[in-house]
Design a protein around this ligand. Structure first.
Ligand SMILES: N[C@@H](CCC(=O)N[C@@H](CS)C(=O)NCC(=O)O)C(=O)O
Length: 210
């Protein structure tokens, strides 16, 4: 089994952070997105979307969505659980995964890909041309601001996004914030004290898992 990945890109990071917290070690193959390696036929055969991450199994079949990769690995390695334990906790994790995706990750992606000239006609990943819409970049910045406000308020009441236990929803929120800090130069400020404390807790868990 090997993971096709690209260091620094947010979607692969949703998986590599998961691997770190689970203590799973996998062979990793670096895909050079800047050089367009993912657009070549060899890679296209692994992912219809031409995106990373892709988990290639030993029989050559491929799982080409970060969410699907994590769920697959969770079935193989249930401990420590990162998708919640029991129906209610699992439902809460699912709710927060979707919340982060819609309220955080998509806005940051729109702010990033609709702004930089390098993404001209490639505002969405994939093989089809997609025009940039500058207004979406602007809207992405505003929506990310709301995301931070709402996350701050939520984390004032709970240790982790979905309750008492760290889950993949926390991974996705951290990936979103790191992506925004690097990609669109926006992020939490001193006003976001609960987010800062949550990041410290997260880092402690990563240190402990290392
Ligand atoms: N929904 C996919 C999104 C994957 C995705 O967009 N990956 C980006 C890197 S973060 C990519 O491969 N981009 C290639 C491109 O923009 O052409 C997942 O979560 O796996």
């Amino acid at each position: 089994m090997r993971l096709h990945t690209c260091t620094g890109a947010p979607s692969p990071r949703r998986v590599t952070l998961y691997l770190d917290l689970k203590g799973i070690s996998l062979d990793q193959v670096e895909v050079d997105l800047r050089a367009g390696e993912h657009m070549r036929p060899a890679f296209a055969a692994r992912s219809p979307n031409h995106t990373v991450p892709v988990l290639e199994l030993d029989d050559g079949s491929c799982i080409w969505e970060s969410s699907a990769i994590r769920r697959y690995l969770e079935r193989l390695h249930p401990e420590p659980p990162l998708f919640g334990v029991g129906p209610e906790a699992q439902a809460a994790v699912d709710c927060w995964i979707d919340w982060v995706f819609l309220r955080g990750l998509i806005p940051v992606m729109e702010a990033f890909r609709n702004h930089f000239p390098g993404f001209r006609d490639h505002a969405l990943p994939g093989p089809r041309p997609v025009a940039q819409i500058p207004a979406l970049a602007e809207r992405g910045h505003s929506l990310f601001g709301y995301f931070l406000e709402d996350l701050e308020q939520h984390l004032q009441e709970t240790a982790w996004l979905a309750g008492d236990h760290l889950s993949v929803a926390d991974i996705d929120a951290l990936v979103t914030i790191e992506f925004a800090e690097r990609g669109i130069k926006s992020g939490p400020t001193t006003e976001h004290a609960a987010i800062a404390a949550w990041r410290e807790r997260f880092q402690e868990r990563l240190n402990a898992a290392a």
